[in-house]
Design a protein around this ligand. Structure first.
Ligand code: AMP
Length: 446
C-alpha cells in the first residue's frame, strides 16, 4: 500500500514525501481512510507505531476545506513532551497547508499561548489542566470544534486526568468527530470510549506486543552492582542514543550524575525539573548533545527519539504494560534496537509476568569479565533501593477549580511535579566505544 492511495490533499502528500515516509504503517493503513470518512475511531496502538500521523494526516486533510483561524481540531495528551511531539508532527506534515497549530500546557508562560490563540489557530494540542484554565478564562473558543483526539488515554487515566477530560468534554460541541487512542484498554477507558464515541470503528495494531525489531535481554545482577554493571554494558556496547529507566525521580537524578561523572554525555529527565530544564534535556538528547537520558516512566512517556539504539531498564518496570511502553522507545518505525533489563532476585515474579505477556522467555545474559561476587557495602546508602514513590493519585486535587480559576503560568500539567531542579551540564565523554564480544548468552526456558 502507498500513501497516494489515500488521496490526501496534494500539499499534504508532498509533505509526507519530504518527511521521508514511503509506506503507511499498519495503524495508518487502517485509520487514515476511516478518519477521512468522518467516522469515530477507537485506536489501540502504542507509541512507535506511527499513530500520530495516523490521525494528523486525515485531520490536516479535513481542515484544508472550511474556515481558517478558528479552532477546529483539539488533541488532548497526557504530557507536555507528547503534546510538543504531536504539535511538531502537525507542523511537519502540514508545513505547506498554512494551517496553524499551538501547544497549550502548564509550567510555561501562558501569555504566548493566549496571543497565539488570539491570532487564530486551527489546531490546539493541549494537556488537560492548562486547557481547562483557558476554557474557564475564556481565552480559548472551542465552539467551532469539529474533531477531538484523545491520545494515550490510558496514560491520562493513570495520571488522574479523567475527571478533567470529562470536564473538557462538557465544553465542546456534542456534534463532532472523536478519535480515542490508547495502548491498553482498562475498564475506565472502555467506559469513556462507550460514552464519547458514536458508532466507532476499532483499529488495532500489535495488541500490546512490542515492536518486532527489538531484541530483549535480561541481566541478572544484585542491586548494589547495578551501576557498575551498567558502566560495563555501556563500555562494551556500540550505542547511539541510550534511554535508561529508573523507578524513582531520585534514582534518575542520581544515576544521571553518576554517568556524567564517569564521562558520559548524559542528562536526567524527571518530574522535579522545571519545564525549561526538561525541554533542554529532551532537545539535547534529540540533537545528540546527550548520548544518554535517564528518566522515570512518567517523564519519558511518549518520547519519540527515532535514533534510540538502546533502552536500558536500570529498574524493572511495575507492570508488563510499562515494559512494552518503555521498550517501544527503541526499534521505532522499522529501526532495530536493543532492550536490556537489569533484574534482581526480587524481580522474579515481574519477569515471569512480562514473559507471559510477551509469550516468550527472555534471554538471560552475563558479562564475562564482570565481578558479580563483590559484596554489598555495609552501609548501602549509595545503591540501596529506596522506598517506592507513591503512584500518582487517580483523583487529582482539583485546586484549579476551587481557586477561582485564574491562570497560573507556573502550574505544571504533571500532577505532583514542581518547577525546581538545577541545570546539568553535558560534558564530552566516552562515546562510540568499539563493541567487544563480552556477552555470554544463554537461553532459559520459562
Ligand atoms: P509515533 O508512533 O506517532 O510516535 O511515530 C513513531 C515514529 O515513526 C515517528 O518518528 C514518526 O516520524 C515515524 N513514522 C510515522 N509514520 C511513518 C511512516 N509511514 N514511515 C516511516 N516512519 C514513520
Amino acid at each position: 500500500m502507498e500513501f497516494k492511495e489515500f488521496n490526501l490533499h496534494p500539499v499534504i502528500a508532498a509533505s509526507i514525501t519530504e518527511a521521508g515516509y514511503v509506506t503507511p504503517t499498519p495503524i495508518q493503513q487502517q485509520a487514515i481512510p476511516t478518519v477521512m470518512q468522518g467516522r469515530d475511531v477507537m485506536g489501540l496502538a502504542q507509541t512507535g507505531t506511527g499513530k500520530t500521523a495516523a490521525f494528523a494526516l486525515p485531520v490536516l486533510h479535513r481542515l484544508m476545506d472550511g474556515p481558517r483561524r478558528t479552532v477546529r481540531a483539539l488533541v488532548v495528551a497526557p504530557t507536555r513532551e507528547l503534546a510538543e511531539q504531536i504539535h511538531e508532527s502537525f507542523v511537519t506534515l502540514g508545513r505547506k497547508t498554512q494551517l496553524k497549530s499551538v501547544t497549550v500546557y502548564g509550567g510555561v508562560n501562558v501569555n504566548p499561548q493566549i496571543q497565539a490563540l488570539k491570532n487564530g489557530v486551527e489546531i490546539v494540542v493541549a494537556c488537560p489542566g492548562r486547557l481547562l484554565d483557558h476554557i474557564s478564562q475564556g481565552t480559548i473558543d472551542l465552539s467551532h470544534l469539529e474533531v477531538l483526539i484523545l491520545d494515550e488515554a490510558d496514560q491520562m487515566f493513570d495520571m488522574g486526568f479523567l475527571p478533567d477530560i470529562r470536564r473538557i468534554l462538557k465544553q465542546i460541541p456534542a456534534k463532532r468527530q472523536t478519535l480515542l487512542f490508547s495502548a491498553t484498554m482498562p475498564p475506565d477507558i472502555n467506559k469513556l470510549a462507550q460514552d464519547i464515541l458514536t458508532d466507532p470503528v476499532t483499529v488495532k495494531v500489535g495488541n500490546t506486543a512490542p515492536p518486532v525489531t527489538v531484541s530483549h535481554a535480561l541481566y541478572p545482577v544484585e542491586q548494589h552492582l547495578k551501576t557498575a554493571l551498567l558502566m560495563e554494558l555501556l563500555k562494551h556496547t556500540d550505542t547511539e542514543s541510550v534511554l535508561i529507566f529508573t523507578r524513582t525521580k531520585h534514582r534518575a537524578k542520581r544515576l544521571g550524575e553518576q554517568l556524567e561523572k564517569a564521562g558520559y554525555k548524559s542528562a536526567s529527565l524527571q518530574g522535579n525539573l522545571s519545564q525549561n530544564r526538561r525541554q533542554e534535556a529532551l532537545n539535547g538528547f534529540r540533537d545528540g548533545t546527550y548520548q544518554i537520558l535517564v528518566a522515570t516512566d512518567i517523564a519519558a512517556r511518549g518520547i519519540d527519539v527515532s535514533q534510540i539504539s538502546h533502552v536500558i531498564n536500570y529498574d524493572i518496570p511495575d507492570t508488563p504494560e510499562a515494559y512494552v511502553h518503555r521498550i517501544g522507545r527503541t526499534g521505532r518505525a522499522a529501526k532495530s534496537g536493543d532492550a536490556f533489563t537489569m533484574v534482581c532476585s526480587e524481580d522474579t515474579v515481574m519477569v515471569r509476568t512480562i514473559e507471559k505477556k510477551l509469550g516468550t522467555a527472555l534471554e538471560r545474559r552475563t558479562i564475562t569479565d564482570f565481578d558479580y561476587s563483590v559484596p554489598a557495602p555495609k552501609k548501602d546508602a549509595e545503591f540501596a533501593r529506596p522506598p517506592r514513590e507513591p503512584r500518582p493519585a487517580r483523583k487529582p486535587v482539583d485546586a484549579k477549580k476551587s481557586s477561582g480559576g485564574s491562570i497560573n503560568p507556573f502550574k505544571s500539567d504533571h500532577p505532583g511535579s514542581k518547577p525546581s531542579g538545577r541545570p546539568q551540564q553535558g560534558r564530552p565523554g566516552v562515546t562510540g566505544a568499539t563493541p567487544k564480544p563480552v556477552f555470554n548468552s544463554s537461553r532459559r526456558g520459562k
